[in-house]
Design a protein around this ligand. Structure first.
Ligand code: CP
Ligand code: NVA
Length: 302
């Protein structure tokens, strides 16, 4: 039987992403319990608050049973191979979801899995976060086509998936990233090909943020990069989203952060805890977005 995976935002077409956003806002009672009597594996090689809780609750809301498993418990390529783990688990579960250090592990899982593989964050992409991000922007800004989203900081997993989903919805994309931690030319071109209204990258975050409708940032040091944190703190000096920076954005601009946040590093307390911040709505939308994605993968039509 053919099935779909969700390892990158662009694994959905633009139309399918719109369907997922509609499913995310569809009352649970109208989704028909597509996971009734089924299991969903949630494998975590890294810590999590939002992703674990939102995914567990989304599975329950769709009638299924989430099985949380720590990475070291299954020991991918340590206790047994990724392929053996995947082949075995796909006999128990309707979906296999994993948070991994190395994105290639998801591709190896997808190559042998008989059920959908879902990326719950890798070093390369965080597509479940991106669905919640565009859902939150849409709730605040209305139709996203033609609006401007700016990402400030490290062009990391969160930034990449956010830009892909935003491009698919026809947004103008602006990046404010330091050299060496920025998007490569082929990625910028890829965003245009996905449907971005425009794509621009700047070193000066004041230029990147000017006129933006939504300003996003993320940690300077992602999970797995802890040994680089001192160097990164030095490189990213000047990349903090402050009130002064937010004042350059559209007067109704919103501030977003996937969390966990580091107040006083990538964002000032007065911004993240201020009136423009949507961080808790964004975090709560992780559950609704996850439910929309899982329902879509189970074949629920909007
Ligand atoms: N934003 C996010 O993915 O948070 P967690 O790492 O807590 O899951
Ligand atoms: N970029 C961060 C996101 C955490 C949700 C990381 O990968 O650690």
């Amino acid at each position: 039987m053919t099935h779909r995976n969700f390892m990158h935002a662009y694994d959905l077409s633009a139309t399918e992403l719109q369907s997922v956003l509609t499913l995310a806002e569809t009352p649970i009672s109208k989704l028909g319990r597509p996971l009734d009597g089924k299991g969903v594996a949630l494998i975590f090689e890294k810590p999590s608050n939002r992703t674990r809780h939102s995914m567990e609750m989304a599975v329950v809301q769709l009638g299924g049973h989430p099985v949380y498993t720590r990475g070291e418990e299954v020991g991918m390529d340590v206790r047994e191979s990724v392929e053996d783990i995947t082949n075995v688990m796909s006999g128990y579960h309707a979906m296999l979801c994993a948070r991994v250090f190395d994105h290639s592990v998801l591709h190896r899982m997808a190559a042998v899995s008989s059920v959908p593989v879902v990326n719950m964050l890798s070093d390369f992409a965080h597509p479940l976060q991106a669905v919640a991000d565009v859902l939150t922007m849409q709730q605040s800004l209305g139709k996203l086509s033609g609006k401007t989203v700016t990402y400030v900081g490290d062009f990391n997993n969160v930034a990449r998936s956010l830009c892909e989903a935003s491009a698919m919805l026809g947004m103008h994309i602006r990046l404010g990233c330091p050299e060496g931690y920025d998007a490569q030319d082929n990625e910028l071109l890829g965003l245009t090909e996905l449907g971005a209204a425009s794509v621009e990258q700047y070193r000066d975050i004041a230029i990147a943020v000017t006129g933006a409708h939504a300003v996003h940032t993320d940690t300077w040091t992602s999970m797995g990069q802890e040994s680089e944190s001192a160097e990164r703190e030095s490189v990213f000096t000047g990349f903090e989203v402050t009130n002064e920076i937010m004042s350059l954005a559209d007067s109704n601009a919103i501030f977003m952060h996937c969390l966990p946040a580091h107040r006083g590093q990538e964002v000032s307390p007065s911004v993240i805890d201020g009136p423009q911040s949507k961080i808790y709505q964004q975090a709560h939308n992780r559950m609704h977005a996850a439910r929309g994605v899982l329902a879509f993968l189970m074949g629920v039509q909007q």
